[in-house]
Structures are given as structure tokens and as C-alpha cells.
Design a binder for this molecule. Structure first.
Ligand code: HEC
Length: 158
């Protein structure tokens, strides 16, 4: 019986088209698992934290509340103050600030219980929701900023 009559597993697997296909499928599968298991989770955690910790003041859609609470959606304060946002979340803000041309002089309480990772996820959510496109934070960046603020607080400078 000639060899070509029956299915030759080795030949099939080594065929370039089949190999490319296997490679591509593996790549697709990895990408899908990666996207569904990792990315949306960090973003979803950011969203969950926003709803639990921030939405009662800044509203579900980030628009703020009249003259008292500044908006986060479309806020020009976010990209201009990227460096201090992690500290605002942990330690709060009691300042006179201008957001999209309007002045706010109220008090925002900090949320001390949030971890560095949670603050990173929260920042990535607010900076990339409701049309905001302010890029992503890396955990190391957030940690470095928070450490600086911790020292400032310790020295009584904040
Ligand atoms: C009790 C109400 C309240 C809560 C809760 C609150 N904020 Fe605020 N937030 C404020 C106020 C008031 C200001 C303005 C503070 C000032 O004038 O110094 C502010 C300012 C800000 C700003 C800078 C200005 C802007 O709008 O771009 C950001 C960013 C912000 N808050 C994010 C958050 C996030 C994220 C959370 C959840 C962890 C949160 N806030 C929770 C009241 C609140």
C-alpha cells in the first residue's frame, strides 16, 4: 500500500500553511485569553472603585455637580496634573483649583484604604472613560508618586 494513501500526521503538521495556521490560532487564543482575563479586569476594577468611591460626588458619568464638584469627564485638570492625581485620591484635595475655566474651592476627602494597584486601576479608568484619552499609568509611576507624597505628609508639607 503506498504511503500517501493514509493520513500522515507528521507531514500534515509540518506543512507550512498548516503551521502558519496553528501559529496564528495560538496567537489569537493567547490574545483573546489575555484580553478577557487581564485587561478588562483591571479596567473593570477601576470602574467598580469609581462607582463605589467617587460617583456619589462626581456622578456616574463623571460630570460633577454644579459649582461644588468639578467634572472628571472632559476635565482639563487631569492631563495638566497627571503627576499629583495618585496623591489626590489617597490624601484628598483642599485647594482652589480651576477646571475647564471654572473655579472650585471645596474639600475632597482622600480614600486612604485604596492600595497602589487599586489607585492605578482607578486612574486608568477615569483617564480613559467618557471620551477622556489621557493615556495610561504604570504601577511603578503611581508608587513613586505616592511614596513622595507619603514623605511630604510625614514632613507636614501636605
Ligand atoms: C465628597 C465628595 C467627593 C468624593 C467622594 C470624591 N471627590 Fe474628587 N473632588 C471633590 C471636590 C469638591 C473636588 C475639588 C477640590 C478642591 O476644590 O480643592 C474634587 C476634585 C477632584 C479631581 C481634580 C479636579 C477634576 O475634577 O479634574 C479629581 C481628578 C477627582 N476629584 C477625582 C476623584 C476620584 C477618582 C474620586 C474617588 C476616589 C473622588 N474624586 C471622590 C469631591 C469629591
Amino acid at each position: 500500500m503506498p504511503k500517501t494513501w493514509f493520513y500522515n500526521h507528521e507531514v500534515t503538521l509540518s506543512h507550512p500553511v498548516i503551521r502558519a495556521n496553528i501559529f496564528f490560532n495560538t496567537f489569537l487564543l493567547t490574545a483573546i485569553i489575555g484580553l478577557s482575563a487581564c485587561e478588562p479586569n483591571t479596567f473593570q476594577e477601576g470602574e467598580r472603585l469609581y462607582k463605589a468611591q467617587c460617583a456619589n460626588c462626581h456622578m456616574d458619568d463623571g460630570i460633577g455637580l454644579s459649582a461644588l464638584i468639578p467634572p472628571i469627564a472632559g476635565s482639563d485638570y487631569l492631563p495638566a496634573n497627571r503627576d499629583i492625581l495618585p496623591c489626590i485620591i489617597r490624601y484628598g484635595l483642599k485647594d482652589t483649583i480651576v477646571v475647564n475655566g471654572k473655579t472650585y474651592a471645596e474639600i475632597m476627602p482622600g480614600v486612604a484604604k485604596l492600595t497602589d494597584v487599586q489607585i492605578t486601576n482607578l486612574l486608568n479608568f477615569i483617564n480613559n472613560s467618557w471620551g477622556n484619552q489621557n493615556g495610561l499609568y504604570r504601577l511603578e509611576e503611581v508608587q513613586a508618586t505616592l511614596e513622595e507624597c507619603r514623605l511630604q505628609v510625614q514632613r507636614g508639607e501636605r
